[in-house]
Design a protein around this ligand. Structure first.
Ligand code: NAD
Ligand code: DAU
Length: 334
């Protein structure tokens, strides 16, 4: 099976590539990745060149995309501008990659009749109140709050439109917040872990009450394979692992892992439009036979801390540049 993986040099895409090559001896993988600031070449080292190739190019390069899609049996589309805070500073980059890039890919996949899986996010549904018992389902109306989630919502709509009007054989998955090794230090959990490894103090946006529904990246990608193999064309599947936690609780756990007091953090400037809570009802994916394996968040977090502790060369430089960006607007407020 020849698989084209877009964005395969980033956090979740590289995990997918590694898991796929490890678990499926019949698979060969081509990664198409523009190698933006979010990519790390170290994510893809040590892979068998007979079964793996990396092409450094934009997913909007229509001629190359057409050629690559034509020679593939499956396209798994991870490539995106993925960070909310950046989308508030430079929304157009999100339109270019997440919208134009996705349309370039679905055009080619529909033209060549190639199976397509689109990786999306629970953020397309907007947010939930902290005390609302509801969770997101595939029927929840779209209501994105940030330029990032608006661009991902647009990309989902394009995929659905191509299923309906161009016969695209696609499935979509909307997953909750991922954590695990190789996540960029601009994101919440690796930012706090690398701060603690450098002896600093964790930073909570606003009051820290916002809730995210955490899932380990291995579980996300196992669910993606389940949907590719058993999902119904044209359907949307939600992926989550019952991992709801407030940001304050996550920081408290991390502080404990580092032997510090649970309240040893600072509050910093809140994110404009900050979504309060995400929560996934994953029945659509559970019904296909998938189950998360990382059901103990604390031990998944400890394993992730262990990975960052053992790999300072992977994160030092990227952390420094992420912190430079944060320093422009972020202030300690308490
Ligand atoms: P990431 O930022 O770590 O990686 C994105 C990758 O896409 C990078 O390697 C980057 O170089 C590449 N890329 C960006 N623009 C490109 C372009 N124009 N052409 C080719 N490659 C390009 O992102 P991630 O956290 O691994 O997220 C991967 C996907 O999963 C995204 O679609 C994201 O929306 C989705 N998702 C992420 C999460 C999460 O918690 N991180 C949760 C649900 C869904
Ligand atoms: O829900 C899925 C989404 O999860 C994905 O689609 C996105 O690609 C991914 O980045 C993530 O979005 P979030 O905005 O939820 O993730 P982030 O890691 O940026 O922030 C998680 C929470 O932590 C959020 O409530 C903001 C807060 N936060 C973040 C940072 C970086 C802090 O309190 N302090 C911080 O320093």
């Amino acid at each position: 099976m020849r698989i084209l993986v877009t964005g395969g040099a980033g956090f979740i895409g590289s995990n997918f590539v590694r898991r796929t090559l490890d678990s499926r001896p019949d698979a060969s993988v081509t990664v198409l990745d523009a190698m933006t600031y979010a990519a790390n070449p170290a994510n893809l080292t040590g892979l068998d060149p007979a079964r793996f190739a990396l092409l450094k190019e934009d997913i909007r390069a229509a001629d190359l995309v057409d050629e690559l899609v034509a020679e593939s049996d499956l396209v798994v589309h991870f490539a995106a501008e993925s960070h909310n805070d950046n989308s508030l500073r430079d929304p157009f980059a999100f339109v270019r990659t997440n919208v134009e890039g996705t349309v370039t890919l679905v055009e080619a996949a529909a033209r060549h009749g190639v199976r397509f899986h689109h990786i999306s996010t629970d953020e397309v549904f907007g947010d939930l109140d902290l005390d609302d018992p509801a969770r997101f389902t595939p029927e929840t109306p779209y209501s994105p709050s940030s330029p990032y989630s608006a661009s991902k919502a647009a990309s989902d709509h394009f995929v659905r439109a191509y299923v309906r009007s161009a016969g695209l054989e696609a499935t979509i998955s909307n997953c909750s917040n991922n954590y695990g090794p190789r996540q960029h230090p601009e994101k919440f959990i690796p930012r706090q872990i690398t701060t603690l490894l450098e002896g600093g103090t964790p930073r909570l946006y606003g009051a820290g009450d916002n809730v995210r529904d955490w899932i380990h990246v291995d579980d996300h990608n196992d669910a993606v394979w389940t949907i590719i193999e058993r999902g119904e064309i044209g359907r949307t599947y939600l992926i989550g692992a019952d991992g709801e936690r407030s940001n304050r609780a996550v920081v408290g756990d991390l502080l404990e892992i580092f032997g510090r007091g649970r309240d040893d953090f600072v509050h910093v400037t809140d994110r404009p439009g900050h979504d309060r809570r995400y929560a996934i009802d994953a029945s659509s994916t559970l019904a296909l036979g998938w189950e998360p394996r990382y059901t103990d968040f604390r031990s998944g977090l400890e394993q992730t801390v262990g990975w960052y502790r053992a790999n300072p060369g992977w994160w030092r430089e990227t952390r420094a540049s992420a912190e430079e960006k944060y320093a422009i607007t972020e202030e300690v407020i308490g």
